[in-house]
Design a protein around this ligand. Sequence first.
Ligand code: G3P
Length: 219
Amino acid sequence: MKFFIDTANLDQIKEAQDLGILDGVTTNPSLMAKEGISGDAKVMQHYKDICAIVDNNVSAEVISTDFDGMIKEGKKLAALDDKIVVKIPMIKDGVKALKYFSDAGIRTNCTLIFSAGQALLAAKAGANYVSPFLGRLDDIGADSFGLIEDIRLIFDNYGYETEILAASIRNSVHIVECAKIGADVMTGPLSSILGLLKHPLTDSGLAQFLADHAKAAGK
Ligand code: G3P
């Protein structure tokens, strides 16, 4: 399973990269705004800064919602660095843009996926990644893991190479459940990744080992 971090915070991206387990970064306009990044020049520079930290896969989202605007923006983002994956919303012009970028050899991530039909359409249009939003489905009481299962089944039925990028991950349980189902990638906050480390028996076991070692050493 690939691990992406879902943030535009450079310190958190560095911390995850330093762990040695990071495969990429996803951002969105809300995450950029949270870091106070606005204006074309600053946004572009911030993407370059992120690309300088990680090895590959930096999803950068277009703001335009019309085909021509998405193509113009996507090309500009893709020209920043080979690591950029252009993030396109699941709307009608977005599907056209996915096909355009697929034909042009520019990688895409189709975002705001909430149904298996949307994921099928994005795969058909040649998206490299589809991003179903788990946490937001949970928020409205919908079956988020069922959606990942359905997309996995459909992609396997037809051999689509589009990767399932489980997004809106909120905790480590989300990550483990998505791994069990077979999502290709997960993207979540640093806290969800670090949450995988935690088990009380690990903490108490280590404390006991260290205490026994100190006792044996006569400390
Ligand atoms: O990758 C999508 C993600 O940023 C949405 O997460 O927590 O805002 O639902 P959240």
